[in-house]
Design a protein. Structure first.
Ligand SMILES: [Fe+2]
Length: 238
């Protein structure tokens, strides 16, 4: 692959939020002056790293990433993936992706429910009724850690400060702010015109055991993620 990569954008440090599970809160430019948060999850196992919702890091933090282990797997579970070409060329990881047109690279493994993941005690969930399904991952440890992209987001007021001022206004106006919130734009985009809707998928998702949420947007939600999501689901008109 030969191309110009997207540059690293401002981001926070690599934080170990659970043993061998790391979270980086970064940013993405949505338009002129509009910068919002997006986050990456890193899972370490047997010296190898799996990156989910990958974000390109600045050189200092990239060196820290390399100290954590070897980048062996790159997982595209939802829409995020602008920095994937950079990681693919730099580290030649095994590429796991949902089915998607126009990726510009060939996945090694198509992500589906029941696929065997490159880290232990984990499973894939599929938003089966979505027009373009997202595939959250459940780590069966620490009481259950749910990893999402856009489907469930966790924005607090402090997360607005990470992006730009205008980004904060836009996300607030669009209704992003709140704990374990179903991404409003995501929901609109993936809801089918007819047939079973996403409420059935959320019912299935809430049937899983999890306590924590690591979303592709916002910050980690510890301990109360499932109860919080349950309340959010009740508020939504599907
Ligand atoms: Fe997103």
């Amino acid at each position: 692959m030969s191309q110009i990569y997207t540059p690293s954008t401002s981001h926070g440090p690599i934080k170990e939020v659970f043993p061998d599970v790391f979270y980086v809160q970064g940013t993405v430019k949505m338009g002129p002056g509009v910068r919002i948060t997006r986050s990456m999850v890193i899972i370490r196992e047997n010296g190898g790293l799996s990156l989910i919702n990958a974000i390109r890091l600045g050189s200092e933090d990239e060196a820290k990433l390399e100290k954590l282990g070897q980048v062996k797997h790159l997982l595209k579970i939802g829409s995020h993936g602008m920095d994937n070409p950079y990681y693919i060329d730099k580290y030649q990881p095994k590429i796991w992706s949902r089915k998607e047109a126009g990726l510009g690279y060939e996945p090694d493994v198509m992500i589906e429910e029941n696929v065997e993941l490159p880290f232990s005690n984990a499973m894939v969930f599929k938003f089966k009724n979505a027009k373009s399904p997202e595939f959250p991952i459940l780590l069966r440890r620490e009481g259950g850690i749910l990893i999402t992209c856009d489907s469930v987001q966790n924005w607090g007021k402090k997360d607005l400060k990470i992006g730009s001022f205008i980004g904060g206004l836009v996300t607030r106006a669009l209704g992003f702010i709140g704990p374990a919130k179903i991404g409003p734009i995501w929901l609109k985009t993936v809801t089918p015109e007819s047939g079973p809707n996403l409420s059935l998928d959320f019912e299935r998702l809430l049937g899983l055991d999890f306590k924590h949420l690591l979303s592709g947007h916002g910050s980690p939600l510890f301990d109360d993620a499932k109860n919080t999501l349950e309340k959010q689901v009740k508020k939504v008109k599907f």
